[in-house]
Design a protein around this ligand. Structure first.
Ligand SMILES: Nc1nc2c(ncn2[C@@H]2O[C@H](COP(=O)(O)OP(=O)(O)OP(=O)(O)O)[C@@H](O)[C@H]2O)c(=O)[nH]1
Ligand SMILES: [Mg+2]
Length: 227
């Protein structure tokens, strides 16, 4: 019997992801991988990002879902290029899927690529897609114990975004515990609590992201009629 070790598959994925990264660099695109459980608020956050960063950036979106185009339809309505990947049962995006997607997107006209991964706290963590930045979302209704139970994804995050913070009064969610557990995992990144519903905390995320984008990124790439 032949056995293909998971390590080998991940190595092949990393190789392809590096190629994706090189393609992003060549196109002048900053790529953000957005991960979290089903329903934690990924698409809603992307809508907020499009409304804010979209004024200085030229965004494009990759949507990862097992099936359907619900989120892609939602975001296409905002006038940005969106490409839907249907994983047909796979619980995560991989670098190969993203490589195929970026061939179909007008990447050279974009400056920011937002990738919504499949809703999952486990499988998505191990697959580097070539992104510059990884945002991991945890919504208040999921509970404050998730970092202890699903450490890998939180270890891999550049920032932890606690979503639906407007619901905090209705749940026994301790933000301080989440901050402590994030540090215990050895992650020094920011923990940003926010609500897309009320707008609370959104500016802190936008400021942090703007600080991470390369200087002169986006705005300088805007295609004015005089160009
Ligand atoms: N109260 C509240 N609800 C929110 C917030 N953000 C998102 N929601 C709601 O949460 C539900 C799921 O949001 P989505 O953005 O579709 O979540 P998702 O992570 O993209 O879901 P999948 O793509 O299915 O994994 C929707 O009903 C949103 O309106 C928030 O800040 N506060
Ligand atoms: Mg979604």
């Amino acid at each position: 019997m032949k056995i293909v070790a998971a390590k080998k598959i991940l190595k092949a994925n990393d190789q392809l992801a590096s190629e994706n990264h090189a393609r992003f660099e060549q196109a002048g695109v900053f790529a953000i991988n957005i991960l979290g459980s089903p329903g934690c608020g990924k698409t809603t956050l992307i809508e907020s990002l499009l409304a804010s960063l979209g004024t200085t950036q030229r965004p494009a979106v990759i949507e990862g879902d097992l099936a359907g185009t619900v989120d892609a339809d939602r975001l296409s309505a905002r006038g940005v290029p969106v490409l839907q990947i249907n994983t047909e049962g796979a619980c995560h995006l991989d670098a190969n899927m993203v490589a195929a997607a970026i061939r179909e997107l007008p990447l050279d006209e974009a400056s920011l690529l937002l990738i919504e991964n499949v809703g999952n706290l486990v499988c998505t963590a191990g697959f580097y897609l070539g992104e510059h930045l990884r945002l991991v979302l945890l919504s208040v209704p999921e509970g404050d114990d998730k970092l202890v139970k699903y450490p890998t994804i939180f270890q891999s995050a550049d920032a932890l975004v606690v979503t639906k913070h407007d619901l905090a009064p209705h749940f026994d969610f301790r933000l301080e515990r989440v901050r402590e557990d994030f540090r215990k995992l050895g992650n020094e990144g920011p923990v940003l609590a926010l609500s897309a519903r009320t707008g609370e905390g959104m500016d802190a995320l936008f400021d942090w992201l703007n600080g991470r984008l390369p200087v002169g990124h986006g705005a300088g790439k805007s295609h004015s009629p005089s160009e």
